[in-house]
Design a protein around this ligand. Structure first.
Ligand code: GN1
Ligand code: MG
Length: 369
């Protein structure tokens, strides 16, 4: 069966009606495989997003879907309470004839499907400060909508996801096992990650001591996980709810800065191009902190900038771990991409360390306003 036949078969399981036109592959995500499919119905094009969930990463995809639907519906009802239409602010997942939000296809794949939100766009890198401020609002509001969500009802999609201490343990094991014989050639980078260990595990240890509260967080707050209106660039919906779990608010703040405020690409080879864009940093802070500041404790406010550094080191170290393991986790588009990503994150972390005082001051400013 060709890829296209497979896709069409899955579309039919999700009861998509009309005349199938075409599909395209969306290459933004590093984990799941995503397609956009076009149908023609009632005189117009209807488009949908079809995803094959990565079951190597998500060992229990049924639970991931339960979380996703529960959170989606919770947010939908919160938005409706405000009297605003939720049509373009939350995803609408398709059901199979059996009433399920997923199907296991002939290829053994775990598939899900949702409507494409009309006139929406997403960005790999926040293209402007305006987009970053909107991104901040999107994740801040997401946090607010879920503030009273019953945490105990959430499945833990990936245990220890942002447990930086555990991530270091895994990294250490991969360095020792060195299954692909790559450790020698990347020794300087390995050493640098170990030098950052104390600083990068500080936040997790604060949480363990009970100094920072667990909240319902998104945990993967890349700019590409937000849909924006293509004309006004205002935020519409937060997407990719696979990792919604209890977490620290600084994880969500921090990962957005790691991904959205880097002056270079996530896999920038020329590390001279890598630094924190402080205009974008401030724009995101304004949007995010502006939405959540009333709910934050003093310690949480103080942990935001450290969250950016923590997420940068942790994510970079995960890329390096995967490089050492033989690129099993993150999708790569060229052979040493995980290594390049890891080296880029070291440069970004280094720049953040130099700017920590300014980063903290900017958060403090928006906490006061
Ligand atoms: C992955 O699925 P995607 O591409 O949004 C990863 C995140 C990383 C990110 C780095 C489940 O996110 O944790 O921060 O890549 N997701 C998972 O770009 O591991
Ligand atoms: Mg994801």
């Amino acid at each position: 069966m060709t890829e296209e036949q497979m896709i069409l078969q899955v579309c039919r399981v999700f009861q998509l009606r009309g005349e199938y036109r075409s599909y395209e592959t969306i290459t933004y995500g590093h984990i799941n495989t995503t397609y956009k499919v076009y149908f023609f119905r009632d005189g117009e094009i209807k488009d949908y997003i079809l995803q094959r969930v990565n079951t190597y990463v998500f060992r229990n995809p049924v639970e991931v879907m339960e979380n996703t639907i529960a959170v989606t519906e919770y947010i939908r009802s919160k938005i409706k309470e405000t009297g605003v239409s939720a049509k373009r602010s939350v995803l609408h997942y398709q059901k199979t004839a059996a009433g399920e939000y997923y199907t296991i296809a002939e290829d053994g794949g775990f598939w899900r499907c949702c409507r494409f939100i009309d006139d929406s766009v997403t960005f790999l890198n926040a293209e402007s400060a305006k987009v970053m401020e909107e991104a901040g609002k999107a994740f801040g509001e997401f946090q607010k909508y879920l503030a009273d969500y019953p945490v105990e009802k959430l499945h833990i999609a990936i245990p220890h996801f942002h447990n930086t201490v555990m991530r270091y343990e895994t990294f250490r094991k991969s360095v020792e096992a060195d299954v692909c014989h790559r450790a020698a050639e990347v020794k300087p980078e390995i050493d640098q990650y170990f030098r950052l260990e104390e600083l990068a595990t500080k936040m997790y240890k604060m949480q363990r001591r009970g100094e920072l509260p667990l909240r319902v967080t998104h945990n993967d707050t890349k700019c590409s996980n937000i849909l924006f209106d293509k004309d006004s660039l205002t935020h519409l919906s937060v997407i990719d709810l696979d990792t919604v779990m209890p977490g620290l608010v600084a994880f969500d703040f921090g990962d957005a800065i790691r991904s959205g405020a880097n002056t270079g690409a996530e896999d920038e080879r020329d590390i001279k191009k890598v630094s924190v864009d402080m205009v974008k940093y401030e724009a995101f802070t304004k949007g995010f902190v502006g939405s959540v500041r009333e709910t934050l404790t003093q310690k949480e406010k103080e942990s935001m900038a450290l969250g950016a550094l923590t997420m940068t080191v942790e994510c970079g170290m995960r890329f390096l771990t995967d490089y050492l393991d033989g690129d099993k986790y993150f999708k790569i588009h060229y052979p040493d991409q995980n290594f390049v990503r890891a080296r880029c994150h070291l440069a970004l972390a280094d720049d953040m360390i130099g700017r920590m005082d300014d980063m903290e001051e900017i958060v403090a400013k928006y906490c006061r306003d």
